[in-house]
Design a binder for this molecule. Structure first.
Ligand code: NAD
Length: 344
C-alpha cells in the first residue's frame, strides 16, 4: 500500500514536492490544492495532477475553464498525510482542520515552530519525527545551515560555537512584485537574525549567532560560516566529511570557473537538471579554511528546491515507513541528488 499524499498550496515549494512525491515508489499523490485559477493551476491540470479548491472558489475555477476534482476537504479526507506548502502563517490556520480530520501534516519553515511537534532536518533529527502527527521542515536557509552543521558536528568534531552571515536572495524568480531593486537591506535589524533561533529548534543548545542581509538576486542564498570546534582539525578532514555526505556537493571554484551563484545555476541548466534546481548545498571548496580549531566556509543554498528532499523524508518519518538511512537513500536516488564533487 502506498502512502496517499495531498499537497495543500501549489506554489514554489508545493509544486516541487508534488513532483517529488510522484517519483517515490512508496507514495501516491492524490491531488493538490489551489486558491487562485492562475497558470500554476493550469500547470497541474496539464500534468494530470488532480486539482482541489476551496468550496468558495469553485465557481471562479469553473469560469476560468479549469477542471477541478473536488473541494479541499474532499482531498484531505482521501489521504494519509498532507504536505502544507501554503504561504507563511497560513499553515497554522489550516492546522485545526487537519486535527479535526485526524490527518498527519508536514508544515514548512514559514510557520512558527510551535505549529508542529518537531522541527525537521533529515540529516540531523529524522528519528525525532518518527510516527509524529505534525512535523515542520525548517526553512531553506536553516536546512542549508543544518546540513553543514550536523555533518561537521558528527563527522569532524563537536561544535563549540557557530557564527554565520546569511546573504539572502530577495525573491524567487517568479515573484515579480518583490524587491529590493537596487539596495542591500538588513534582513533583520536586530542581531541575531531569526535563522540562528530556527537552527536551534533542531540542533538544540547550539551556540549560534547569525546576521542577515537581503540582496537583489533571485538565484540562491549564500552563507559565510565560521565554526569553532572542540579540537584542532585538518582541512582535509572537513572536505572529506562534506564530500561523503549526501545532499552536499563541493565545487573547486578555480578549477570549475564557478565563483558565483549565477555560474552554479548555469551549470545545472547546462546539465538539463529538472527545473534547473539544485537541492544540494553547494560548498565552495576553495573557501574551506581551517585555523587550528576554527573553520571557515562559504556555501550556496538554492531556496526553491533545498527543502524538497526533506519534505519527502518527513513524510516517511511521520508515517513510520523507513529508517533515516533508508529514506534518505530512496529520496536521493529518485531525485538524482548529487554528492561529492560537482565536477571531477
Ligand atoms: P508560494 O506563494 O509560492 O506558494 C503558496 C501557494 O499556496 C500558492 O500556490 C497559493 O496560491 C497557495 N495558497 C495561498 N493561500 C492558500 C490557502 N488559503 N489555501 C490553499 N492554498 C493557498 O509560497 P512558497 O514560496 O512555496 O512558500 C510556501 C512555504 O514554504 C512557506 O512557509 C515558505 O516560508 C516555505 N519556504 C519557501 C521557500 C522559498 O524560497 N520559496 C523555501 C523554503 C521554504
Amino acid at each position: 500500500m502506498k502512502v496517499r499524499v495531498a499537497v495543500n498550496g501549489y506554489g514554489t515549494i508545493g509544486k516541487r514536492v508534488a513532483d517529488a512525491v510522484r517519483l517515490q515508489p512508496d507514495m501516491e499523490l492524490i491531488g493538490v490544492s489551489k486558491t487562485s485559477p492562475n497558470y500554476e493551476a493550469w500547470s497541474a491540470v496539464k500534468k494530470g495532477i488532480k486539482l482541489y479548491v476551496p468550496e468558495s472558489e469553485a465557481e471562479r475555477f469553473k469560469q476560468a475553464g479549469i477542471p477541478i476534482a473536488g473541494t479541499l476537504e474532499e482531498l484531505f479526507k482521501q489521504v494519509d498525510v498532507i504536505v502544507d506548502a501554503t504561504p507563511n502563517g497560513v499553515g497554522a490556520e489550516y492546522k485545526p482542520k487537519y486535527v479535526e480530520l485526524k490527518k498527519k501534516a508536514i508544515f514548512q519553515g514559514g510557520e512558527k515552530a510551535e505549529v508542529a511537534e518537531v522541527s525537521f532536518s533529515a540529516l540531523c533529527n529524522y528519528d525525532e519525527a518518527l510516527n509524529k502527527n505534525y512535523a515542520r521542515v525548517v526553512s531553506c536557509n536553516t536546512t542549508g545551515m543544518l546540513r553543514i552543521l550536523c555533518t561537521i558536528n558528527s563527522k569532524v568534531a563537536s561544535i563549540v560555537k557557530a557564527r554565520g552571515v546569511v546573504i539572502r536572495r530577495a525573491a524567487d524568480p517568479k515573484e515579480v512584485k518583490r524587491g529590493p531593486i537596487n539596495s542591500i537591506v538588513l534582513d533583520s535589524v536586530n542581531v541575531p537574525s531569526h535563522h540562528a533561533k530556527d537552527v536551534q529548534t533542531v540542533f538544540k543548545g547550539l551556540d549560534i549567532i547569525t546576521t542577515a542581509v537581503v540582496v537583489p538576486t533571485t538565484l540562491m542564498h549564500v552563507h559565510s560560516m565560521n565554526i569553532t570546534l572542540s579540537s584542532n582539525v585538518k582541512r582535509e578532514q572537513v572536505i572529506d566529511a562534506l564530500k561523503n555526505t549526501p545532499r552536499i556537493v563541493m565545487v573547486q571554484s578555480k578549477k570549475a570557473g564557478i565563483t558565483s551563484t549565477a555560474e552554479a545555476i548555469e551549470f545545472v541548466r547546462d546539465l538539463g537538471r529538472y527545473r534547473n534546481d539544485m537541492p544540494e548545498v553547494l560548498v565552495f571548496e576553495d573557501s574551506v579554511y581551517v585555523n587550528g580549531n576554527e573553520l571557515f566556509l562559504i556555501y550556496a543554498v538554492h531556496q526553491e528546491s533545498i527543502v524538497v528532499p526533506e519534505n519527502i523524508d518527513a513524510i516517511r518519518a511521520v508515517m513510520g515507513l523507513a529508517s533515516a538511512e533508508e529514506s534518505i537513500k530512496i529520496t536521493n536516488a529518485t531525485l538524482q541528488i548529487m554528492k561529492g564533487s560537482l565536477i571531477e
